[in-house]
Design a protein. Structure first.
Length: 224
């Protein structure tokens, strides 16, 4: 069974400040995030990975490159890494860079629907990307990966973003659009594992939002 390990990027300054980042907004990883990526590398080091696919957005690229470096030191070989543009975060338009509290005041409907009602979320006012648009964008990359890596022992790392991964993973599991948020959010530097035994036609969930390797207790600013 091919296993896909979905990693959310390390915690950033804007995560800490409660700001939307999105596909175009960005901020640096916190100093402690590098320690948490190293802890993730130790957690993953017993596993042989065939490839790593990484979002082009800087916070994800830095997470992926750091993870690749740390695992190279632990395992003695570099995991091949590909930047995959379709793995970028939601385009959140006018909300990017804004604090959650300010978005809630200025765009209350969009704020609530994005978090709680994906099937009602209409991003036209904020000039953003809808859930169906994001799913249509990201899914072909997963299908391509599972078409390439068909061996039962293949393990693939995918480094991306909290909201995007939440929508993508739940869709791969067959979850309806209105229920995409039912499993809760994904924490920074978390690991979610899916497996497929039919070349990506169906998936089963092995782990959701695992942060057991991180010493501190994740708080509300880690989750999206």
């Amino acid at each position: 069974m091919t296993k896909l390990y979905f990693i959310r990027h390390g915690k950033t300054q804007w995560n800490l400040e409660g700001r939307y980042q999105g596909a175009r907004g960005d901020s640096p990883l916190l100093k402690d995030s590098y320690l948490e990526i190293d802890a993730l590398a130790h957690y993953l080091s017993p596993i042989t990975f065939q490839h790593m696919y990484v979002s082009p957005v800087r916070r994800a690229r830095v997470t992926g490159n750091t993870l690749q470096h740390d695992m190279d030191e632990l395992q003695g070989y570099p995991i091949p890494l590909t930047i995959a543009s379709r793995l970028r975060e939601f385009n959140l338009g006018k909300m990017e860079g804004m604090k959650f509290t300010d978005v809630q005041k200025r765009y209350p409907q969009e704020f609530d629907d994005f978090r709680n009602h994906p099937d009602h979320y209409d991003p036209s006012t904020i000039q953003g990307e809808s859930f169906p648009q994001l799913i249509q964008r990201m899914t072909p990359t997963i299908k391509r990966i599972t078409d390439i890596y068909r061996n039962p022992t293949d393990n693939i790392l995918i480094v991306s973003h909290g909201a995007a991964l939440n929508a993508l993973v739940n869709t791969l599991l067959g979850t309806d659009l209105h229920d995409l948020r039912k499993r809760g959010g994904l924490s920074n530097t978390s690991t979610t594992i899916l497996e497929t035994n039919d070349v990506g036609r169906t998936f089963s969930l092995i782990k959701w939002n695992d942060t057991s390797y991180i010493k501190r207790q994740p708080d509300a600013t880690d989750m999206i």
